[in-house]
Design a protein around this ligand. Structure first.
Ligand SMILES: [Zn+2]
Ligand SMILES: [Zn+2]
Length: 174
């Protein structure tokens, strides 16, 4: 699971309003609000790189140097929103983008829901090769392999792709 650690950035104001946009909290309201703010914010940023296929970009503020990336999520009508990210070169970003907060939020919420479901082990072994865990009474896999199977079938989301960055961090699963 991914959780934000500290919510307020400490960059100084350099005549821009970057410092008034905190790191996104992983909740729907924060992301909806940021979608609305992003058009104006984007206008005064410089584009450093662009991923045409995903429709997202990397930006820098010409005044304070803060670096921003955009994201899109089908769950939010695929509208673009901007979030601050650590400094990165256009080439590095080309190789791997930063993880998108809305994707982290949706993944975390869906997995948390899934893990609330009871799991009753049966007397059978998990069917995944080499796995010594016991299968669920409702299926042929242990909990971990059931999750992998549902991800493969598209019934649970796959972990969001990209580089994780502060203040978001990898927590312990389960
Ligand atoms: Zn700025
Ligand atoms: Zn297993």
């Amino acid at each position: 699971m991914v959780s934000p650690r500290s919510m307020w950035p400490f960059s100084k104001s350099e005549g821009c309003d970057c410092a008034s946009y905190p790191h996104l909290t992983l909740d729907r309201n924060a992301i909806s609000k940021r979608i609305k703010q992003s058009k104006a914010l984007k206008k005064r940023l410089q584009i450093l790189n662009e991923d045409v296929e995903l429709g997202i970009s990397l930006f820098r503020c010409p005044l304070c140097g803060e670096v921003w990336q955009s994201g899109r999520e089908w769950n939010f009508a695929n509208e673009e929103y901007l979030f601050r990210v650590p400094a990165i070169t256009a080439e590095e970003w080309q190789r791997e983008h930063y993880q998108q907060p809305a994707a982290m939020m949706i993944y975390t919420a869906m997995m948390a829901d899934y893990h609330l479901r009871p799991f009753t082990p049966s007397s059978d072994k998990c069917r995944a090769e080499g796995c010594e865990e016991r299968a669920s009474t409702l299926g042929v896999f242990c909990r971990r392999h059931q999750v992998e199977e549902l991800q493969r079938l598209g019934q649970l989301p796959k972990p969001p792709s990209g580089k994780l960055f502060p203040p978001y961090y990898e927590g312990k699963e389960g």
